[in-house]
Design a protein around this ligand. Structure first.
Ligand code: NAP
Length: 293
């Protein structure tokens, strides 16, 4: 398949390796030959077909995976505006919400298949030494939105032939899954960033008292967009405990002085709440605190 991957970070490298036989084009700011290290320490080298954002990429592209962090989304959007065609099926893998608002247009709704992944990958680079590395902590699942696009079927066949754990679901199911994940991210990411603690410790902190209002406020907002959810607090606490040793991606961003994805997580909930006239004072306070941080 003709595949392009927008982004050159952790997830991009993982999918670049999984689809290696298709020689995907990887688009970003910089990337060299990279090392992929599995959790059992087996190691492989990968030679990406790399191109910078500004370089021409006429395609045609059957599938584009968007694996940037949110601050890179404007570049991804510009690239798609320039180089995607009606036949391009686009899969944003970013955490948080707002993919539709960011990418339709230039894409049409049927081209966009927002996805949620439980794969876990971390980059460990040393650009000064020209060393690019990704550590795979977990090979999980990718859940994708079924849109009926012509290339969806081809990608399903390709994913099956590669034995990938990729599953397509109806849009309603995916919206529910994305909101559930959004709520988990809106609790675990900022609370871990504010406390500097790994996920497992969070539930013991006084700060965890904010988890209940955060979940309830977000459930109200989800309800207002037709996604009824209940009991998310217990689910989020269980998730924090089952990923006890993890440092959330937002905590990692804060520690490495990178912009966080707070605007697509808490910011999204606050914006949706404001449109629906729903009070979300705890999320507003958290948004403010993370911006200060
Ligand atoms: N890693 C995981 O296990 C995982 C799991 C589930 C979901 N996700 C989500 O997947 C998305 C990608 O995560 P990741 O872990 O692959 O992130 P990452 O390793 O930090 O890579 C992010 C990519 O985005 C680019 N980028 C970020 N800010 C940019 C900017 N302002 N301008 C241009 N490019 C920019 C980076 O470019 P540079 O390298 O040049 O900075 C890099 O190519 C995120 O939304 C994340 O929350 C990740």
């Amino acid at each position: 398949m003709r595949i392009a991957i927008l982004g050159t970070g952790s997830l991009a490298r993982l999918y670049g390796a999984l689809f290696e036989a298709d020689h995907p084009l990887m688009v970003g700011r910089q990337l060299g030959h990279y090392q992929l290290i599995e959790s059992d320490n087996t190691m492989s080298w990968h030679i990406p077909q790399f191109q910078r954002w500004e370089e021409p990429a006429p395609g045609p592209w059957q599938v584009v995976l968007v694996a940037v962090k949110w601050p890179g989304m404007p570049l991804a959007r510009q690239w798609l505006e320039r180089w995607s065609q009606a036949e391009t099926y686009v899969i944003p893998l970013l955490n948080g919400m707002g993919q539709e608002q960011a990418l339709v247009p230039p894409l049409t709704k049927i081209q966009l298949s927002p996805a949620v992944t439980t794969d876990a990958a971390f980059r460990s680079d040393d650009p000064a030494q020209n060393i690019w590395r990704v550590l795979i902590k977990n090979h999980g699942m990718v859940h994708l939105t079924e849109t009926g696009h012509a290339n969806e079927f081809s990608l399903k066949q390709r994913a099956a032939s590669l034995n990938l754990s990729w599953e397509w679901h109806q849009p309603d199911y995916m919206l529910r899954l994305r909101w559930t994940k959004l709520i988990a991210n809106s609790v675990i990411n900022p609370l871990s960033s504010l406390s500097g603690q790994a996920n497992g410790t969070l539930v013991q902190l006084p700060l965890w008292r904010l988890a209940e209002p955060l979940c309830l406020e977000a459930e109200n907002v989800a309800q207002s967009v037709g996604v009824p959810l209940a009991g998310t607090l217990k689910w989020v606490a269980d998730l924090a405990l089952s990923t006890a040793s993890n440092r959330s991606s937002m905590l990692q961003d804060v520690l490495s002085h990178q912009p966080s994805e707070i605007e697509s997580i808490t910011g999204y909930i606050v914006r949706q709440a404001s449109q629906a006239g729903i009070p979300v004072p705890t999320h507003q306070a958290i948004l403010h605190l993370i911006h200060l941080l």
